[in-house]
Design a protein around this ligand. Structure first.
Ligand SMILES: [Ca+2]
Length: 494
């Protein structure tokens, strides 16, 4: 009924909600949805209560609910595991090499087009509430959003100052609580009720330094930690890995260093307390995700709205001696992705095809029945047909790209290709070996098979496919930028 009302209003306003043009990846959906995208920061793919491999004591009832009552996209990846580039990829449907945002230091180029601009042009109401983080300094409203509540750079976990449509105000409380309250305020009071809407709600959590809401601090203290097998500094863990992997242990993104103070920190900060903080932060955003789901249900919007939950990247929690992301290992490039749309997506749907952040833009447009605008050339595809159980042609590999940062020099430039079973990673500009992993038999990526003779043909084939694809896309130009910001290049001696 709500959808019918939307159609009626659309016609009354001369909009085009019924003029559905079939999109490239499949048939248009039977009904148009509002979309709420809830985006977290550095939440790795398997730290959800229902997920195999999660700490058994981690509670995420809202994510569990979305998985059982909606769809779990079980193999979801980012094209770059770094805040600004991946956020730009979500909002443009393009790889980093195309949209040009390759680090966290610089703001977006002026000619970049974000998909909410297309939604606006089609008549939808749009809002961004939360983290933007393209460029460190600018919190001013950006194109594509009717309503804007954000902050510069990484923001603050407590009592944040938010830029609300150009006016800065200080708020009290935990960041995710405040942002959710502001998002619900827009949904409830400020948005035009006669138009479909897109809400982009982006939490700071669980990004380092892993601060939960005060009410959850200490919630998991003392619980048994399932340390990953690859965490120990042993010959077995490192004898086949590239040298830079072992070296990163001693950088700011390694567990034998972790934090770089002015004169170094010794002893090393406590891994366990960080682990608990990370999990408590995830619990804090799960609670706020629950507030969003509850609002949608209580307001009778469930049959006209799609809620997507995802992260902007993964995170190592000790694997290979790392914390942080950036690398092409599974904990870094895989993300949680859940979609809940009652009446549109069957409860308990599980998608095993490899989906990427660049697929979000076309998926949201299709879910809202907005035709793909002329001239738009997304790198991604809509996975809405997959969510609805349709059998459509789909990619059989995903690509990954990361460019070395002057500010964090321990992780090299890399290009990677991942298929269902294998992953090849090419490292650029370092005197080192590449990586090749059999994910089926070695999901922890403990054994680098790059020098095993029987795999050389497979490796050659993957390398050719990867380079040919990147070349076709214009993705073989590593950028060199003027160094800016702080350089966290201190190396703790092993
Ligand atoms: Ca991030």
């Amino acid at each position: 009924m709500i959808f019918q009302r939307m159609i009626g209003v659309g016609l009354a306003f001369g909009l085009c909600w019924t003029c559905v043009v079939p999109l490239a990846a499949g048939q248009p959906s039977a009904d148009a949805r509002n979309v709420i995208l809830v985006l977290s920061d550095d939440h790795r793919y398997d730290f959800m209560g229902f997920h195999r491999g999660a700490p058994e004591w981690l509670e995420t009832p809202s994510m569990d609910y979305m998985a059982t009552q909606g769809a779990h996209v079980a193999r979801a990846f980012v094209t770059t595991s770094l805040c600004s580039p991946v956020r730009a990829s979500i909002l443009t449907g393009q790889y980093m090499h195309r949209h040009g945002i390759v680090d966290n230091q610089r703001p977006e180029p002026p000619d970049i087009v974000f998909f909410p601009q297309h939604l606006q042009q089609a008549g939808a109401a749009t809002a961004l509430v939360g983290k933007w983080h393209m460029g460190h300094d600018d919190d001013q409203p950006r194109r594509g959003f009717d309503h804007w509540v954000s902050f510069p750079g990484q923001g603050e976990y407590f009592d944040p100052v938010l830029n609300v449509n150009g006016q800065r105000r200080k708020f009290e409380g935990y960041d995710a609580d405040v942002l959710t309250t502001e998002a619900l305020r827009w949904l409830d009071q400020d948005r035009p009720k006669d138009r479909p809407f897109y809400l982009h709600l982006a939490f700071k959590a669980p990004h380092y330094p892993f601060e939960p809401a005060a009410r959850h601090k200490g919630r998991y203290a003392g619980k048994p930690i399932p340390y990953p097998d690859t965490m120990a500094r042993t010959e077995q863990n490192y004898r086949t890995q590239p040298r830079w992997v072992r070296e990163r242990r001693y950088s700011i993104h390694g567990i034998d260093h972790m934090e770089t103070g002015r004169f170094d920190n010794d002893p090393v900060p406590c891994f366990d307390s960080w682990y608990y903080g990370y999990c408590e932060s995830i619990h804090s955003i799960d609670e706020n995700l629950g507030r969003v789901l509850r609002y949608v249900k209580d307001q009778g919007l469930a049959d006209s709205t799609m809620v997507i939950y995802m992260s902007d990247g993964g995170f190592h929690m000790g694997e290979h001696g790392f914390y942080d992301k950036r690398a092409a290992f599974e904990p870094s490039i895989r993300i949680p992705l859940l979609v809940w749309a009652p009446g549109m997506i069957e409860p308990g749907t599980r998608i095993d095809q490899m989906v990427q952040n660049i697929d979000i833009a076309p998926t949201v447009l299709q879910a809202m029945n907005v035709p793909k605008p002329d001239g738009v050339d997304w790198a991604g595809e809509s996975f809405l047909p997959l969510l609805q159980g349709q059998d459509i042609p789909w990619r059989d590999y995903v690509l990954y790209e990361y460019h070395w940062e002057w500010n964090f020099p321990a992780t090299p430039t890399m290009l990677a290709i991942r298929t269902e079973q294998y992953k090849y990673v090419y490292y650029h500009g370092v005197w080192d070996i590449d990586s090749f992993h059999d994910l089926k038999h070695d999901p922890a990526e403990r054994h680098n098979l790059i020098e095993v003779p029987s795999y050389q043909e497979k490796i050659r084939s993957l390398r050719e496919t990867m380079f040919a694809d990147f070349e076709r896309r214009g993705g073989l130009n590593a950028p060199i930028r003027f160094p800016t910001g702080e350089r966290l290049g201190q190396r703790k001696l092993p």
